[in-house]
Design a protein around this ligand. Structure first.
Ligand code: DNO
Length: 345
């Protein structure tokens, strides 16, 4: 297991030197943010990022994310060009020592929350999702965290209309087409693709979401068995789907050697489908964090791990979910769980 920490590049307010001081930290999970979406990442940008990370005594073996353009998810005719660009980026990353690329295949929006700073009784605050609140929103009139703010309301409207002809089957077919297009580059470059589950794992605003649980994940691996087609096991995303037994799924996909990267995060359920992010401990939420870590270890997991979203604590006003303090506490706690699980307790 390699413990890592997400870092948003030079604009991140957290210095690499602080990340290095977290016990057991081996590297950062990062991305190039100065290349236009859909283009081939420049070798110069990748090399600069890697140098900054390595100079701080850290590794850059995981990229999160190389975004997949909407044209690819929609299956537009121009997707082939974007897929070629994606494959070229993978080769550049592989040459720079990157081993794993985390990506998602969610239409239009990435992760969604209805509250970025829900207060807790101890004075901390965190991200939260409330389905009833979400149901009252009009995507063309509101901007929520996780939304791509570069869309104008008109563009967003057009995109939402275009997705009306894309159901789950079509989206799945487009994912398979994308993977078949890039996997030869992954083989050549020694890079594992690790798809991130949809967050939350159900349809939003009528947009189809497919990486939501066991049925579709099994289908993905049976349709594209290539060994570079893998999973980012995100406990908070999968776990928000209450029918997903994350301990069992962690064991199952670790045994299949499909988990290359784990996002370990705690959530506490409320109402029918609501959840609030909490501290990482099992006792703080609804997921059995030790059970998850033990299932991973008992089934041979040896990939990258990162603490996922943290709360705002100690007066920090971090990037939502990505402050320093609570994620550092999460990493320390997770290191303890891994140590115990590895010793067979
Ligand atoms: C949220 C993250 C996601 C993730 C992407 C991967 O904090 O886990 O935004 O990076 O979905 O493409």
């Amino acid at each position: 297991m390699k413990m890592t920490f997400r870092w948003f590049g030079e604009s991140d307010s957290i210095p690499l030197s602080y990340i290095k001081q977290i016990p057991g930290m081996t590297g950062v999970v990062t991305a190039v943010y100065d290349c236009p979406p859909g283009s081939v990442w420049s070798e110069k940008s990748v090399a600069r990022l890697k140098k900054a990370v390595n100079d701080a005594g850290l590794e850059m073996e995981v990229i999160e994310s190389v975004p997949v353009p909407e044209a690819v998810k929609l299956g537009r005719p121009e997707r082939d060009e974007y897929i070629q660009n994606y494959a070229a980026t993978i080769k550049i990353l592989g040459a720079a020592g990157v081993k794993c690329v985390c990506y998602n295949f969610m239409p239009v929006f990435d992760w969604l929350r209805t509250d970025l700073s829900k207060p807790a009784p101890d004075g901390s605050d965190s991200l939260s999702f409330d389905g009833e609140h979400m149901a009252r929103l009009d995507p063309k009139k509101t901007a929520l965290p996780g939304w791509d703010l570069s869309y104008t309301p008109e563009k967003l409207g057009e995109l939402l209309d275009e997705y009306k002809s894309v159901d789950k089957e079509k989206l799945f077919g487009n994912l398979v087409y994308f993977l078949r297009g890039i996997l030869p580059a992954c083989e050549e470059a020694g890079v594992d693709m690790a798809i991130h589950p949809d967050d939350p794992p159900w349809d939003i605003f009528g947009l189809p979401r497919i990486i939501t649980g066991e049925e579709w994940i099994d289908r993905l691996f049976s349709e594209v068995p290539d060994r570079h087609n893998n999973l980012t096991f995100c406990t908070g995303s999968l776990g928000a789907g209450r029918s997903n037994d994350v301990v069992r799924l962690a064991g199952k996909y670790a045994a299949q050697n499909r988990i290359k990267f784990a996002h370990l995060r705690q959530i506490k359920f409320f109402g029918d489908d609501g959840f609030t992010e909490t501290g990482h401990r099992t006792a703080d939420g609804s997921l059995d964090m030790y059970g998850i870590v033990k299932a991973l270890i008992d089934n041979g997991f040896d990939g990258y791990v990162r603490p996922d979203h943290g709360r705002n604590i100690w007066g920090e006003r971090g990037k939502p979910g990505y402050g320093l303090y609570d994620r550092a506490l999460g990493a320390a706690y997770l290191n303890g769980l891994f140590e115990a699980a590895e010793h067979g307790n």
